[in-house]
Structures are given as C-alpha cells and as structure tokens.
Design a protein around this ligand. Structure first.
Ligand code: SF4
Ligand code: SF4
Ligand code: SF4
Length: 344
C-alpha cells in the first residue's frame, strides 16, 4: 500500500488526465443531496467548485449497483444471440465504504459461484473504485451497526481522504495506474504526516459520531430473533402500518438484487430484457397456477427482513444491508429499519 498527496491546486489537472483514459463519474451536490455525475471536461472549466467538495459528503442518492447491475438491461436475443458485453474503462471516484460493502453482496450473487452474470462481471471488472472517507455521517447513516467504518479499510482500488482541500490517497496494486496517469502531480508520503494525522483524527471523530447517533446495539443474534418473530403478524403490522407500497426502499437499496425477465417480440424473433424487481410487489412470489405464498402484504414486509438480516447472513456470512440509510430517506411512511430491528 502506497500513500500519496495530491495538492488541491492539482486536482483538476489530474481529473483532466483521467478523462483521457476513463469514463469518470463523481459525486456532486444538487439541492442538498449528493448525486452521481458523469464528469465532462467542461465541468472542470465551467463549474470547478462542483467536483471536489462533494467528496466529503455521504453516499450519493443513487446506489452504486446501478453502474454494474443496470435497472434495465437487454440480456438475450433470438434468433441472433446477443454478443458478450465489452465495457470501456470506467472510474467511480468517490464511492463510500457502505457502497463498497454493497458491491461485495452483489459479487456473491452475480459475480461468483457456478453461474456468473457476464453483464455484471464485465461492468464490474472494467470499473475502478476510489473509496472516499465520510468525515460527516448524517442521521440516516448506520454503517457502524453493520460492523463497517465510514472509510475503507480494505477493498476498492484506492482510498481517498480530502484534508483541507488536499487529496490523500492510499493506493494498492490495482489503483497504482490512477496515480500513474500523472505521476508528476503526486507526492509520495512516508510515515505519519500532518495530513495523515488530521485524517486519522477526522476518521475517529466520524466513528464517534456514528456511535453516538446509533447508540442502541441490536440483538447480537439478529438472524435468530427475526426467525423467531417471523410468524408474529402483530409485530410486523405495527411497523408496516405507514407503508404505502411505493417500493422506494427496494429500488434505492444498494444490496437488493431481485430482477425479472420479460420478452418483447421483434419483427423476427425476440429480445429478452432484465429489469429490477421488488419483493413487496403483490405478484412477486406468485407461481404458475396462481398460488401465492405471500399474497398478504404483511408477509412480504416480514420477508424482506428475513431475507436481508437472516437468510442472507446464514447463506453468505454477511448481512444484505450496509446501513446506508437510503431506505429510510426514501420512505414516505418514515419507516426506519433501525427501529424495527432494534425491537427484536
Ligand atoms: S453509512 Fe457510513 S459509509 Fe455510508 S455514507 Fe454514511 S457514514 Fe458513509
Ligand atoms: S436495507 Fe436500507 S440501509 Fe440497508 S442497505 Fe438497503 S437501503 Fe441501505
Ligand atoms: S419506501 Fe416506505 S412506504 Fe415505500 S414501500 Fe418501502 S417501506 Fe413502504
């Protein structure tokens, strides 16, 4: 692992160099929210103050999965087979640690095991990830309850901390090529420096803030507690009573990976398309012949908790939740899963 400093006066020069090699996405601030933005050379000339400050904000509203597991993707054709995808190099500059953890969930489902989704794998492998610290977690953040930190300890191609406008990088083997696009702009850091000391202080403060916001620990056997509560309709009804079934919590969730396939006839043959699905949808579990094991909404509501915090943990060793808080922020019914899980 190597450490580098990129002075704030050199940031835009480096971004210009990156644009020659990658399609670059950066977080930017719009109307008080963070959103992913396709970086254009004109951004660096016309709105130079837009790019750097957003690195210190929390995760973008859009989940990172949408870059690899696209909301709508043509996956097959007949009679002409769809060619295997080829993806151009991309860089997501400013992913958060909760997003990185969410991609690990998708890797387990779509990128590993007996069947690998070639569309996901191609986009995943062609995308470099720079993970930026969150020095100021918001009230909606609870990555700490899932055992995560608001900065990357491992994974990703490089870790970024923005300290007084300067960019500090920790770069592994796979991230070195990002520095090598313009090595003359980077200063190699050795040992502890004023910048790394300040970074470590900011990181400790962010962890303390998260622990303060989310002071109430969960049941240490969350999977067991959910399994024991699964048939208790009164518990789920109490927590679901403000739900309007908009599916915002599912569409925005960076770990949800359910999808459905549909076919569209062409003049000759057909196209098969994959779109994101929602397990709260009434027809989600319906099978041929019309039987539906989760016809009542309350069963679908409970099933989401069972899936993410019981079954996924049992089958894959991790929760299918990263504490990003998008579901709470999106929810018109103001349902906070921390409250639900905190009562188990
Ligand atoms: S949940 Fe944690 S890692 Fe994610 S944006 Fe908030 S503070 Fe950052
Ligand atoms: S369930 Fe909510 S907090 Fe957990 S990963 Fe999904 S959107 Fe984020
Ligand atoms: S976002 Fe809230 S209201 Fe909408 S489906 Fe999810 S829990 Fe229900």
């Amino acid at each position: 692992m190597s450490r580098y400093l990129l002075a704030k006066s050199s940031v835009h020069q480096w971004l210009s160099k990156l644009l020659a090699r990658y399609t670059v996405y950066v977080p930017t601030e719009r109307d008080g929210q963070t959103h992913w933005h396709l970086l254009d050379p004109r951004d660096l000339e016309e709105t130079p103050d837009r790019v750097a400050p957003a690195q210190r904000r929390i995760r973008a509203s859009e989940p990172v999965k949408s870059f690899m597991f696209q909301p709508r993707q043509r996956v097959a054709g007949f009679p002409e087979p769809l060619p295997l995808p080829e993806s151009a190099p991309r860089l997501l500059l400013g992913v958060k640690n909760c997003d990185l953890a969410a991609l690990r969930v998708h890797d387990k489902i779509l990128g590993e095991g007996e069947f690998k989704d070639p569309f996901y794998v191609s986009l995943r492998e062609s995308t470099k990830l720079v993970v930026a610290d969150c020095p100021a977690p918001e009230q909606s953040c609870f990555c700490n309850l899932l055992g995560l930190t608001p900065f990357a300890k491992e994974g990703g191609d490089a870790a970024l901390s923005v300290i007084d406008g300067d960019w500090i990088f920790e770069v592994g083997q796979t991230g070195q090529e990002l520095v090598d696009t313009a090595p003359e702009l980077f200063t190699r850091l050795a040992g502890e420096t004023t910048e790394t000391k300040k970074r470590d202080e900011e990181r400790s403060a962010a962890v303390a803030a998260l622990n303060m916001t989310n002071a109430r620990p969960w049941n240490p056997d969350l999977p067991g507690a959910i399994a024991a509560k699964l048939a208790d309709d009164s518990f789920w009804r109490k927590h679901a009573k403000t739900c309007v079934e908009c599916y915002g919590c599912l569409m925005g969730c960076p770990t949800c990976y359910c999808f459905l396939l549909y076919d569209q006839a062409k003049e000759k043959g057909l196209d098969r398309t994959r779109v994101w699905d929602a397990c709260y949808e009434a027809a989600y579990a319906r099978v041929g012949g019309g039987a539906n094991p989760r016809a009542e909404f309350i069963r679908r509501f409970a099933n989401r908790f069972d899936c993410k915090w019981n079954q996924f943990k049992r089958d894959h060793g991790v929760y299918s939740c990263t504490g990003c808080g998008r579901c709470f922020k999106a929810c018109m019914g103001k349902i906070d899963i921390r409250t639900v899980l905190g009562e188990l």
